[in-house]
Design a binder for this molecule. Structure first.
Ligand code: GRF
Length: 191
């Protein structure tokens, strides 16, 4: 499977995919990493791994549609099977999402459908949850919705802080993203 990974920042999930792809048995490879932020550290990670990068800054476009057209133009120059959103912090329009229906996935740091949106760890702790985790799901027009591919759970201990929970969940995320890609590729092969 040929992947496009879309990022906005640190890119630690991107790194987990890069590391997984280093295994010749892993059924996917990254064709392009695209960032909407020119200073995203994930771009450096991709460059270090010899992966092509592209910056499509939303600030260069006056409308969401124009930004997405530019994004699509970059995607069109590669044979992409699957878009992986990995900390990509732009809301995508229904048109763009529908164009990639069934071929775009996202990682979210909570056990969806709980805690959609931001500040997930703080909200999980404040709600008295005993566990949290991460979810990889197909992207549909509604944010943080869409069929779930897999989830990984972590426990919330007494005295847990948003930061300590974020660290635990992030470790789970780094296992989950490559696993979800592996799962999807085996489904593709069977169909
Ligand atoms: C992760 O927690 C991911 O679940 C969320 O944004 C964060 C991105 O982190 N969507 P990174 O850029 O992959 O390090």
């Amino acid at each position: 499977m040929k992947l496009a990974v879309l990022i906005s920042g640190r890119g630690s999930n991107l790194q987990s995919i890069i590391d997984a792809c280093a295994d010749p048995e892993f059924p996917a490879q990254i064709e392009i990493v695209i960032s909407n932020k020119p200073d995203a550290y994930g771009l450096t990670r991709a460059e270090k791994a010899g992966i092509k990068t592209s910056i499509v800054s939303h600030k260069d476009y006056t409308t969401r549609e124009a930004f997405e057209d530019a994004l699509q133009n970059v995607l069109d120059t590669f044979p992409i099977d699957l878009i992986c959103l990995a900390g990509f912090m732009r809301v995508l329009t229904e048109d763009f999402v529908n164009r990639w229906d069934g071929r775009m996935i996202n990682i979210h740091p909570s056990l969806l459908p709980k805690f959609k949106g931001l500040n997930t760890h703080e909200r999980a702790i404040d709600a008295g949850e005993k566990e949290s985790g991460c979810t990889i799901h197909f992207v549909i027009p509604d944010m943080d919705e869409g069929p779930i591919i897999l989830q990984r759970k972590v426990s919330i201990e007494t005295g847990e802080t948003a930061q300590s929970l974020a660290e635990k969940v992030l470790i789970a995320e780094h296992e989950a993203y490559p696993e979800a890609i592996r799962l999807l590729s085996s489904r593709l092969l069977k169909s």
